[in-house]
Design a protein around this ligand. Sequence first.
Ligand SMILES: *Cc1c(COP(=O)(O)O)cnc(C)c1O
Length: 460
Amino acid sequence: MSEELRNKNIFEQARSYAYEYMDGIEEMDVFPSERSLANMTVFDEILSKESVPAKDVIEQLHKFGSPATIAQTGGRYFGFVNGGAAPVSLGVKWLSDVWDQCGGLYLTSPINAKLETVCENWLKDLFKLPEETVAGFVSGTSMANLCGLSAARFHLLKNLDWDINENGLNGAPEIRIVAHDQVHASVKKTLTMLGYGKKSIEWVASDNQGRIILEELPKLDNSCLVLLQAGNANTGSFDNFDQVCDLANEVGAWVHIDGAFGLWAAASKSLSHLTKGIEKASSWAVDGHKTLNTPYDSGVILCKHRDALVSSLQATGEYIIYSGQRDPLLYTPELSKRSRAIELWATMKYLGRNGIDELVTTFHLRAKQLEQGLSEIGYEIINDVVFNQVLVSSDNDQKTKRIIEYIQKSGECWLGGSTWEGKTAIRVSICSWMTTKNDIKRTVELFKTAEMMVSKTIYQ
Ligand SMILES: *Cc1c(COP(=O)(O)O)cnc(C)c1O
């Protein structure tokens, strides 16, 4: 193996495959063809007894793996809320992958600890969060939500004279979880992991855009954990942070904001009205790998109460050598972890404030372009397009479903289905830096063709 490290052939080989992939991204099927999917059976092998040459391993991956990928880094992938990958973030990731730093401690990676501190400061600044806010760098918003909610549980119980680290959950005072029915599935999952089942949640109704209805909010007290959202995964809507946080802060409740993709609106001058009042919350979860277009594995928990976050996630293994510098593992559940703040730092530095503003604002402008294009050809736009999400439907559920299938099979672009207020909807998420005006034009054309083709088969 040491031979191969000195001989750069396998890295050259990987590099040439990567370039070939990048160069072909606009032409490849956005979702793999049936044939490419079927070819994945070549991987169904029994683990060989003998070593296989590294060049053969990479070659197989490129030959059969690359065609079975989603063209996520191209301009016409609109599924879920996935985001692209800015070149600088990939380049920096390549280099830092060679470093292979264990990001848990200052002692295991001083550079990662340093760049985490820089990212923490920049994120606070971009989102205009309180000075005392700290950040933990985790795999994604699901994990960030888990961290934020653990911190909330620690803090609320402490205020009710209960040390959860010492006494555990059995017999603890009751925490009232107040959430609206449109919180993301990852928040619901997190609540269950922390011991709060669906029935233990005080569900609050939401309006037709998926925003919490203020008048429906129960009377809060200092045992309440209130869950809000910046960016509904269907409609892209934002909760009324300003007023809910005021009510919560009056009584010492904790507000956590899931802002996986939407928190970035705060970094856009023309969209920051959407995030008004977020600075009054106690914790925030956000992704780098969606709106900011870093590669995957980039989530952040931001928390105003350092003590609560660190106490709730603290490991106490005696082998851990704290340095007196920033030790990243204090702010995350993980010990060994990828030094993921490096790509986040690079992407923010490369774009700068204005570039980040432009990136986020452009997603909105493209979403508006799509909204206009689709309504002109007779589609119904279900949501108010306030951010980057466009929710669309055709004449009836059956037709809408068929249109989704048609588009998904076309290879021309990819988007998913959803249901909104009982109705089948097409969900389009614009969050790749690669999506141009022309991509939106092509997408509108495809919707037009899909409508015609589906009408023919339904009504003939
Ligand atoms: C994507 C998303 C999540 C989950 O984030 P991951 O990074 O996928 O773990 C949570 N909430 C919202 C609103 C999201 O869009």
